[in-house]
Ligand binder design. Structure first.
Ligand SMILES: [Zn+2]
Length: 258
């Protein structure tokens, strides 16, 4: 099992070496901004490295929204990130499930997801596999609760869409981690990546604050059980810098092997 961390984009390979990581995830552009990614000078090294690279799309991306002024640029930004992610050899582009606004019909949000993949297909398809990630909060989210996720997959299932399970988001979002891998696979048929994170907040809190294993509200052995059951590559998105993440990676590696 390949285990690593979300790191600063300055020098991901150096950050991976420091953490003894086998996977690495980073942003290609400002996560709070709308700028398309710039070419990276280390693209060749990233592509050649024996490290599995993942790219996280900016948080501003919301392809589900009924607001044209967010949705249309979101589609374009997602497509440009998929293209740029391929230049660094990324195995996946992770993007949050998104949401509609209060009072809007969430069915339109799911259909907007379908249109996002249809739009990309017209442009030749996403150059990097897109992995939709479950989210922690909001009452109108497309991928917080599994009942919504099932409707999302009804909409996008005809495309080759991947899934990223974040353990903090599931816990804070109000989905029991026990058996969650089976319940998700019954919907998506796959889990491509695990974001293994403890949660500072309680079950169903809707808050998205990651913590180091054993420091938050999730039983560490339950985290291990989820990682083991999913049998997918792992990225920890935990605080504490290199020391905190190195400890979390070692904790998982000790228990699940690899
Ligand atoms: Zn995550």
């Amino acid at each position: 099992m390949r285990i690593g961390a979300h790191v600063d984009p300055t020098d991901p390979l150096d950050a991976a070496a420091t953490r003894e990581a086998e996977t690495v995830q980073f942003f290609l552009a400002d996560p709070q901004g709308w700028k398309a990614p710039e070419p990276r000078t280390d693209a060749d090294r990233l592509r050649a490295a024996d490290i599995d690279v993942y790219v996280h799309a900016p948080y501003v991306v919301n392809v589900a929204t009924l607001n044209n002024r967010i949705r249309i640029p979101s589609r374009k930004l997602l497509l440009s990130h998929a293209t740029a992610a391929a230049t660094v050899g990324a195995k996946g582009l992770i993007v949050h499930g998104g949401h509609v606004s209060k009072g809007d019909d969430i069915a339109v949000g799911f259909d907007n997801w379908r249109k996002t993949f249809a739009y990309a297909a017209e442009q030749g398809g996403f150059a990097t596999p897109v992995l939709i990630e479950n989210t922690a909060g909001g009452d109108y989210a497309c991928a917080r609760r599994l009942d919504a996720l099932a409707r999302l997959w009804d909409a996008v299932g005809e495309y080759d869409v991947g899934f990223c399970l974040d353990t903090c988001h599931a816990h804070a979002g109000g989905e029991d981690l026990l058996d969650i891998v089976d319940r998700i696979k019954a919907i998506t048929g796959r889990i491509d990546l695990i974001h293994a994170n403890d949660s500072k907040d309680g079950f169903g809190s809707g808050r998205d604050r990651h913590d180091n294993f054993g420091h938050g509200m999730i039983d560490p052995e339950l985290l291990v059980a989820v990682v083991r059951a999913a049998d997918a590559p792992v990225v920890v998105e935990t605080p504490g810098g290199a020391a905190g993440q190195t400890a979390d990676i070692a904790f998982l590696r000790d228990r699940v092997g690899g």
